[in-house]
Design a protein around this ligand. Structure first.
Ligand code: BES
Ligand code: MN
Ligand code: ZN
Length: 502
């Protein structure tokens, strides 16, 4: 898809389609008013007849509107002007893009970026418009032999700004948005791949490929024998039930001073989670191919920041394993000594994410992280608590929490904080070892984070539980979301700005 930014009158656009907003009830937006004037009341007469109320999700396609040069004008319902906020804006854009794509306009000039969105400037509106466009048009059809081709697909879209003075910030926003959208797509593609293709080895190979594309990237792949030698026994325990061999994948991005401590991103990479000996029920088990979405988000984010050439240091660590109930699998009651030296009693083999993360978080110490953020599809309890809209966020450092919450709000990829109080710690006490890997039915997301906190005492750390947000299960839109690539990228953009003020 090609994106452009322009300012100019709507009636003068020689294009397949001009897209303008109509507010509820039957009220013209500024741009629609202008078209109405040049067409001598053509739009207002249509509205008067009652063809379009202006509700969100409504559209009306008009052809050969008098006084205009475009083949078509697409009217898009925007809801009430005073209520136009982030979510509404994103819905409007999505609706417009889908309609354009389906109605044969291969190019369009879209004026919806000129709408007034509460508290948001042009840079934000352009950024979201492009990200939403790319995600509305996303399809995962790599594995279909017959692709569903749209006959006249949307190829090029111009987003409008009110004045040339906004051009440079709008273009910067457009650049950022396109790179974020690419990172999101990369994460989606990886997560959507099935477990028989996307194995730990496959993930490592993808990292090598990404690495070869950028000067500032380097990677290190630890194989099973290295992991044994170093003592990542919690990670190895999970992998034992599978014939897929595990990997610890490290992807480094260095574009700031050598001595600048990095942000370390740790992403859970369970390429399939059958639960192990504590086997999961059959229903929806296929969705456990998405259990490497944390790793996919780390890869997508690092790819984006490398494309943006942000002046920061970031290290991605992706423990990659498959969790199956093979003959050599770990068993409930097994006790392992983790890389940190702490012993773990494995009471449920399905709580495997925290096992591989605990070793990865300990391994991360050698990079002297300034902060460390782990991203994991960790608990079903988080899906129950927050649903598909917000990531669970737990952290041992308040300023980091605030930065992540704010990055999530700005990027429409929101997180919500849950308490990491020490009151919950006793739930993971073990009778036979230092820690148990489960903490009972209550507060499952919090006790999982408590478990991780035992391995992150030495640094500022935050945990994002993306179990509810990493993919959608509804039939219509089933698939990976690429979240939280937008949140993480925004956080890193802000950080690079603080480190290198313009
Ligand atoms: N990958 C799952 C968490 C999950 C479940 C994510 C459903 C999304 C949807 C994780 O490895 C897991 O199995 N967690 C267990 C932990 C329990 C045994 C303490 C869970 O949440 O049931
Ligand atoms: Mn599990
Ligand atoms: Zn899992």
């Amino acid at each position: 898809m090609e994106f452009n930014i322009k300012s100019g009158h709507p009636e003068k656009q020689r294009t397949a389609c001009v897209v303008v907003g109509i507010y509820e009830p039957r009220r013209l937006s500024d741009v629609a008013k202008r078209i109405d004037e040049v067409s001598e009341g053509y739009l207002s007469s249509i509205l008067r007849r009652g063809d379009l109320e202006g509700n969100p999700n409504q559209t009306l396609l008009l052809h050969n509107v008098p006084g205009t040069l475009a083949d078509r004008i697409l009217l898009v319902g925007c809801g009430r002007e005073r209520e136009l906020g982030d979510n509404q804006y994103r819905k409007i854009i999505k609706q417009a893009i889908r309609t354009l794509h389906e109605t044969g306009s291969m190019e369009a000039v879209c004026y919806l970026t000129e709408l007034n969105v509460r508290g948001r400037n042009i840079a934000w509106r352009i950024r979201q418009a492009i990200e939403v466009t790319q995600s509305a048009l996303y399809v995962f059809d790599q594995l279909k032999t017959k692709k569903e081709n749209t006959r006249r697909p949307l190829r090029k879209i111009v987003f409008s700004i009110t004045s040339r003075r906004e051009l440079s910030i709008a273009e910067h926003a457009s650049h950022e948005a396109q790179k974020i959208a690419e990172g999101v797509k990369l994460a989606k593609d990886l997560a959507n791949l099935p477990g028989n293709i996307c194995t730990p080895t496959y993930l490592a190979d993808q990292v090598k490929i990404l690495c070869s594309l950028h000067e500032n990237l380097s990677c290190k792949i630890l194989l099973e024998k290295h992991l044994e030698k170093q003592g990542l026994n919690a990670l190895l325990a999970v992998s034992k039930g599978s014939i897929q061999s595990p990997r610890l994948i490290i992807l480094e991005y260095r574009a700031s001073k050598k001595n600048k401590n990095p942000v370390v991103l740790v992403g859970k990479g369970v390429t399939f989670d059958a639960g192990g000996i504590s086997l999961k029920p059959a229903k929806d088990m296929d969705e456990m191919k998405f259990d490497m979405s944390g790793a996919a988000a780390v890869l997508g984010t690092i790819s984006t920041i490398a494309e943006l050439q942000l002046p920061i240091n970031v290290v991605g660590i992706m423990p990659a394993v498959e969790n199956l109930p093979g003959a050599k699998a770990m068993k409930p009651g097994d006790i392992v000594t983790s890389l940190s030296g702490q012993t773990i009693e494995i009471l449920n083999t399905d709580a495997e994410g925290r096992l591989i993360l605990s070793d990865a978080l300990t391994y991360a110490e050698r990079y002297k992280p300034d902060v460390i953020i782990d991203i994991a599809t960790l608990t079903g309890a988080c899906v129950i608590a927050l649903g598909q809209h917000a990531h669970g966020l737990l952290s041992n450092h308040n300023p980091l929490t605030n930065d992540l919450l704010n990055a999530g709000k700005f990027s429409c990829d929101r997180a919500w904080e849950l308490p990491l109080w020490d009151d919950y710690q006793e739930q993971i006490d073990s009778r036979c070892a230092d820690i148990a890997n489960i903490g009972g039915r209550e507060a499952g997301t919090i006790t999982a984070a408590c478990f991780l906190s035992r391995f992150t005492k030495k640094y500022r750390w935050a945990h994002l539980d993306i179990a509810g947000t990493a993919w959608l299960s509804d039939k219509k839109e089933k698939g990976a979301t690429g979240r939280p690539v937008p949140l993480l990228t925004q956080y890193l953009i802000e950080r690079s700005r603080e480190e290198h003020p313009a």
